[in-house]
Design a protein around this ligand. Structure first.
Ligand code: FMN
Length: 328
């Protein structure tokens, strides 16, 4: 192993461990669009431009959400080793091209919550299968809302039948727009299904969409659906929102997304994404108006699921940029 795989005073094995934790974050189509640059005093998080989705995510918004989620895992993994992470988002000339830079901010007394979040990192996964028909308890919902508030974002809970029907229409509308877009279709088929060597494997695809589904779903080329395998009638549906637009808000929202997903995992909850209405600009604008101006970043379905397999990740060694020169 390259002797430069060290940062923040950690040994090589520990450095690899914290980067492995970061890379277990969710990402759109499992593109894993992150790279890391190590220095004695820092870990920089960069986007990987080779893993952009120009048709599905033309502004790189979901790329930054994904990198924000990886950054949150990195924060938790450092805290689990007693390091208080000092994070600068969009550091500019201090770390050219980086989305974030993490330095040592002293020691961190490990608390029970962080220990649980850390344990949840390898256990969390997107669950596209039907959930059990059991409602999410109010206290669980409150814990998820608090998790997103801690990261300076807002979790909108879809509360009424009317609102739910409206959101279902927006999901269906955006889904139609994307189904007619050859670029979006090509990205989906190259990152998912039997031909994908990376991305979302068939075993994680959930079940095939069917006409009776209330929520329009992406077809990840799952195996044929067995009769009776229908979706739960009343999932908890939420919209993770930022208070403003732009890259900084997206990096914050990515961290909030991951705190929410790890918190859900600790509570035994499963989560899947329904991103069509936040990916199609005109529909996203409609949804934003419905939310009174809050910026919708991710639409999530939450409930009690059955086990699903993990998706593959790139090796950490593939994620490393040339180290920061010692003079910097
Ligand atoms: C910003 C973002 C958007 C996503 N959108 C969708 C989506 O619309 N549909 C879906 O099934 N999964 C979606 N995912 C989940 C990814 O496909 C998933 O994270 C990836 O395949 C890795 O799997 P894992 O989450 O089980 O580790 C999204 C993930 C992120 C971070």
């Amino acid at each position: 192993m390259d002797s430069t795989v060290r940062a923040l005073g950690l040994g090589e094995a520990e450095t690899i461990e914290v980067l492995t934790a970061a890379a277990l974050a969710p990402s759109v189509h499992n593109t894993q669009p992150w790279r890391f640059r190590l220095g004695a005093d820092r870990i920089e998080v960069h986007a990987d431009p080779a893993r952009r989705l120009p048709a599905t995510d033309p502004d790189d918004r979901e790329l930054r959400l994904s990198c924000g989620a990886a950054l949150f895992n990195l924060r938790v993994a450092l805290q689990a080793r007693g390091i208080r992470p000092l994070v600068t988002l969009l550091p500019g000339a201090d770390a050219p091209g980086a989305l974030a830079v993490v330095r040592r901010g002293g020691t961190f007394p490990l608390d029970e919550e962080t220990r649980e979040l850390h344990k949840a990192i390898p256990a969390r996964r997107s669950n596209r299968k039907p959930f059990r028909d059991v409602p999410v308890p109010v206290e669980h919902r409150q814990a998820l809302v608090r998790a997103t508030e801690r990261e300076r974002t807002w979790l909108h809970v879809v509360a009424t039948g009317e609102e739910r029907a409206r959101l279902q229409k927006l999901v269906a509308k955006a889904h139609r727009v994307q189904s007619e877009d050859a670029g979006v279709r090509t990205e989906l088929s190259s990152w998912t299904g039997p031909r994908a060597t990376d991305g979302v494997p068939a075993g994680s695809a959930g079940v095939r969409p069917a006409p009776q589904d209330e929520w329009a779903r992406r077809d990840f080329q799952a195996a044929e659906r067995l009769p009776g395998k229908d979706f739960e009638s009343d999932p908890l549906v939420t919209v993770l929102c930022s208070y403003y637009d732009g890259p900084l808000a997206e990096l914050q929202a990515g961290q909030a997304l991951q705190r929410l997903l790890l918190t859900a995992t600790t509570l035994g909850l499963a989560v899947s994404f329904m991103s069509q209405p936040v990916e199609v600009k005109s529909v996203r604008d409609e949804l934003r108006r419905d939310l009174g101006g809050l910026v919708p970043q991710a639409v999530l379905r939450i409930g009690f699921g059955s086990p699903v397999p993990p998706t593959p990740r790139r090796a950490v060694t593939e994620l490393l940029l040339d180290p920061v020169p010692t003079s910097r």
